[in-house]
Design a protein around this ligand. Structure first.
Ligand SMILES: Cc1ncc(COP(=O)(O)O)c(C=O)c1O
Length: 387
């Protein structure tokens, strides 16, 4: 009986235990994935780098594997290894740099690596030859992004070289768009034309054996002709728009809320400084609350932050500290210690999105969610017992 009760309590992981936490809805992520599959009309490779855009790498990938994902995209081989340890059996593509010394490990764990120049490809070949097992790779072509990728002028020769290397198993070819989130820019069509020209010139006898891919979320949604065999989608899987110029299909919604609590409420006299540097001084007698979240959790130390308390917006005042910050509560006389405070998410009929926060910070929603600190507990709705 006692054992059952303990297990029950642990499963519930009561939210009362935390000062600040993230609530993540895996059902929502799965639904977003299926809507994207339907919209794209091809396979979707969820991009789960950077801790699944802050949502928790292992939990998200396990759910999407069950939902039918056949590929995952990560930035680094270390992330791929975490996925394998968690029980991910599907294909994994490391989209970024992998040190040649990690090639044997990647081969052993069946992780596909990205090659984007001769030197790295030759080093991978040497590592694979030393253990007499080919390394699986996808070749990345720079059609205009100016980041990783073999230059256009070299691409056809490079693909031929890869195809003839006995210890390199070329399984795919891809490119990446610089401005798909700005559909009017005209550069995506240009990149696509270049990519198609290279694929045609390479003249693969059996292109069907290769996985061709190009589109990120914005490409998938705004440029249907970029979808090829599979699309690499990150931000849209997590229910956020890639930019204000690219809208999400209906039914896709954010999956993450960021919450904290009021941990102190007091009335300060006029002329009282608030927080480091006294950037805020009370004008009159003011009701000031303290919330248990700070820049150590990913809340930027800049003016203009807001939260929701009792369904109403409240301003964060004074400098954000590492673990706390203060809120102005004059318009919320009923607010009290223990109240739930929402930094990202909905409360009653009000909501603050990651995109709202990004706009305030002069950045993009990607950076907001990737900056959510690992020290915050990730609480999976339903999975942890909360409904
Ligand atoms: C190569 C590559 N493909 C796909 C993605 C996914 O992009 P998005 O989150 O915009 O869908 C990224 C993310 O930055 C990327 O670097």
């Amino acid at each position: 009986m006692i054992i059952i009760s303990l297990a029950f309590i642990l499963t519930l992981m009561p939210l009362d235990n935390f000062g600040t936490w993230l609530e993540i809805d895996l059902d929502r992520i799965e639904e977003n994935f299926h809507i994207l599959e339907k919209t794209a009309g091809c396979r979707v490779m969820p991009v789960v780098k950077a801790n699944a855009y802050g949502h928790g790498l292992e939990k998200v990938a396990l759910r999407l594997q069950t939902a039918g994902a056949q590929w995952f995209g990560v930035a680094r081989v270390e992330e791929a290894m975490l996925l394998r340890e968690a029980g991910i059996k599907t294909n994994i593509l490391a989209l970024g740099y992998t040190s040649p010394t990690r090639v044997p490990h990647a081969i052993k764990e069946n992780v596909t690596l990205t090659v984007y120049d001769y030197e790295v490809a030759q080093q991978y070949h040497a590592q694979a030859e030393a253990i007499s097992t080919p390394v699986k790779v996808h070749a990345k072509i720079d059609t205009g992004m100016g980041r990783l990728g073999i230059q256009r002028s070299e691409a056809v020769k490079f693909l031929k070289f890869l195809g003839e290397s006995p210890f390199i198993q070329l399984g795919g070819i891809f490119t990446h768009f610089a401005r798909a989130d700005e559909p009017g820019a005209g550069t995506t069509q240009q990149q696509l034309e270049r990519f198609n020209a290279i694929l045609d010139q390479a003249g693969f006898a059996d292109r069907g054996k290769l996985l061709i891919h190009a589109a990120n979320s914005a490409g998938t949604l705004a440029f249907p002709e970029t979808r090829f065999d599979i699309v690499r989608s990150g931000i849209a899987v997590f229910g956020l728009p890639p930019s204000n110029a690219v809208s999400l299909p209906s039914g896709i919604h954010p999956a993450l809320s960021w919450k904290t609590r009021l941990i102190s409420v007091k009335t300060l006299p006029p002329g009282h400084g608030v927080s480091y540097g006294f950037k805020y001084i009370t004008q009159k007698e003011e009701r000031i609350g303290v919330i248990a979240v700070g820049y150590g959790d990913g809340l930027r130390r800049m003016p203009g932050n807001q939260v929701l308390i009792r369904g109403t917006k409240a301003d964060i005042i004074g400098n954000v500290c590492m673990d706390q910050c203060m809120v102005q509560l004059d318009h919320l006389p009923e607010a009290q210690i223990g109240d739930e405070v929402v930094i990202i998410g909905a409360q009653n009929s009000a909501a603050i999105t990651a995109t709202d926060v990004a706009t305030r910070w002069g950045t993009i929603n990607y950076e907001v969610i990737c900056g959510l600190a690992s020290r915050m507990p990730r609480y999976y709705l339903k999975l942890n017992g909360y409904d």
